[in-house]
Design a protein around this ligand. Structure first.
Ligand code: AMP
Length: 497
């Protein structure tokens, strides 16, 4: 039988199997709770509204936080044959305008705190919007969309040039969600309470909402600008068992817990990725009774593509999850061995690796080049060494900025740190560290260098030439350290324009 792996097939489960399960959402108006049945009815009504407004099969933009209203669009738009284009709420209005025009959206749905005015029909999430949806007749027939059609899309963060649109098909959402559910991956079950803190405006919150709904897990959506306190309160109040977010989120949470003398129970698992979690963070989470799953992925791999659940080797990015293959190549594309020593570029292919960008660039090569420099262990677990563009080349040899950053961050007086290359006449490039110290402590550059030496891990020429102290580190719109801005800042601080 030809069976389309589309969102209709997930929605069928939501409606028919798990009607009594709950979705909790922190909104601008307070906590909103309803069941999967209520949710499904709203999706059908919203589908009606889309039909009435001529938005069937069209591209539709959302600029929104993690809430139930956003989740309703996640289903209604693709169920009706359109593509939901999730726009990053942290984009500058001119960037929002650019991506919405570039993608060809026909309408905009957004939260009420978003600073953006569009020429397109705009729907703002508020009580009036809710009434407008509620007053529609629920749609009765949901079409069986071809699984290769686009369902959801987002743009890369564009740190190296204009952002590019990446479209995820129904099939890739279905297969990725299924892969996330497997026991050796996230292993989410219908007994879990899942809280995706990763934003729904970027890579569909790593598909965690789709996977959770596919298996009937209770979903807790943390809403607009959640702070550590909000997250801890939600975990306690709604008994969250699995929470998903970037390392910076959990650094803030752990600091908050220590300050307020609180704990994290009943949370069992934190899934983190997007950057390597500092070992100190993983240790702290363990002290709070929480296990860390370390994920690697990128916009072009629909987020999570490899996963590591082994405490002993938690700095590794882990094994490819079902549906994705990896290979290690040198700069000429020649295959390198999986010996845990050879360093090369990671290339990937699979059911949820992108093959197209919205501006019609096709991925002609069979493998997608990630731009990440890695080692692969004989057992297939990867270890990211650096981004190709962030490696520091000193005297013809490579220095990993990530290795140094993690070592500096393992020092107890350091909150955050990054290492970038600065030009050097003699060596070509040299590493400079930029450090944010923990509040209320004093720390000197010499102390940090002594600490690095005491680790006995780095050759002398790896040690940063300078350590600069700042109050905070600039982040990109997806919460990653913005090395482009940091490099400029370092140049300024060193009086070297
Ligand atoms: P983005 O497409 O903006 O999500 O960025 C993807 C990039 O983030 C990857 O190519 C990696 O360089 C980096 N990244 C993602 N996950 C990890 C991780 N677990 N450890 C180290 N780097 C990561």
């Amino acid at each position: 039988m030809d069976y389309n792996l589309n969102l209709r097939a997930i929605f069928w489960r939501v409606e028919k199997l798990y009607g009594d399960r709950e979705i909790v959402s922190r909104t601008h108006e307070g906590i909103h709770k309803y069941t999967y049945s209520d949710f499904a009815l709203r999706v059908r009504k919203l589908s009606s509204l889309l039909k009435e407004k001529g938005l069937v099969g069209e591209k539709v933009a959302s600029i929104a936080w993690n809430t139930h209203r956003h989740l309703e669009l996640y289903f209604a738009v693709p169920l009706m044959g359109g593509i939901l284009h999730t726009v990053n709420v942290r984009f500058h209005p001119s960037e929002m305008e650019y991506v919405i025009k570039d993608f060809g959206d026909k309408a905009v749905f957004m939260d009420k705190d978003i600073d953006y005015k569009s020429d397109l029909p705009t729907y703002i999430f508020d009580e009036k919007y809710d009434e407008e949806v509620n007053s529609r007749e629920p749609i009765s027939n949901i079409p069986d969309i071809d699984e290769r059609e686009g369902a959801i899309a987002c743009f890369t963060s564009g740190t190296t040039g204009r952002p590019k649109g990446v479209v995820y098909s129904h099939r890739s959402v279905f297969i990725h969600s299924l892969s996330l559910l497997t026991a050796d991956a996230l292993g989410i079950s219908s007994n879990d309470v899942v809280m995706p803190v990763v934003p729904m405006f970027h890579i569909s919150a790593w598909d965690v909402p789709f996977a959770s709904l596919m298996t009937g897990a209770k979903l807790v959506l943390p809403g607009p600008r959640p702070k550590a306190e909000d997250l801890v309160n939600l975990i306690k109040e709604y008994k969250v068992t699995i929470a998903v977010g970037a390392p910076t989120v959990w650094i803030d949470v752990v600091n908050y817990l220590e300050r307020e003398k609180k704990d994290l129970s009943p949370l069992k698992v934190v899934v983190t990725g997007g950057a390597e979690p500092p070992v100190g963070l993983v240790k702290k989470l363990k002290e709070f009774g929480v296990k860390t799953y370390h994920a690697w992925g990128m916009t072009e791999t629909e987020a999570i593509a490899t996963l590591n659940k082994n405490d002993e080797r938690i700095s590794e990015q882990g094994y490819p999850i079902p549906g994705v293959e990896i290979s290690l190549v040198d700069l000429e594309g020649k295959e390198l061995p999986w010996d845990g020593k050879s360093v090369g570029e990671l290339v990937v292919r699979g059911a949820f690796v992108t093959k197209r960008y919205s501006n019609a660039q096709t991925q002609s090569e069979k493998w997608f080049r990630t731009g990440d420099v890695v080692k692969v262990n004989p057992d297939g677990s990867i270890k990211v060494v650096d981004r190709l563009k962030d490696l520091i080349k000193s005297g013809g040899e490579w220095i990993s900025s990530i290795d140094l950053e993690n070592a500096i961050m393992s020092y107890e007086k350091v909150l955050e740190a990054t290492v970038v290359a600065v030009k050097d006449e003699r060596w070509g490039e040299r590493p400079v560290a930029v450090v944010v110290k923990k509040p209320g402590v004093e720390v000197t550059a010499e102390e940090i260098i002594e600490y690095l030496k005491s680790l006995n891990r780095f050759p002398k020429w790896w040690l940063p030439d300078k350590i600069l102290f700042v109050d905070s580190l600039p982040k990109t719109s997806t919460g990653k350290l913005d090395k482009k801005v940091i490099r400029e800042k370092v140049r300024e601080m060193l009086g070297n324009p």
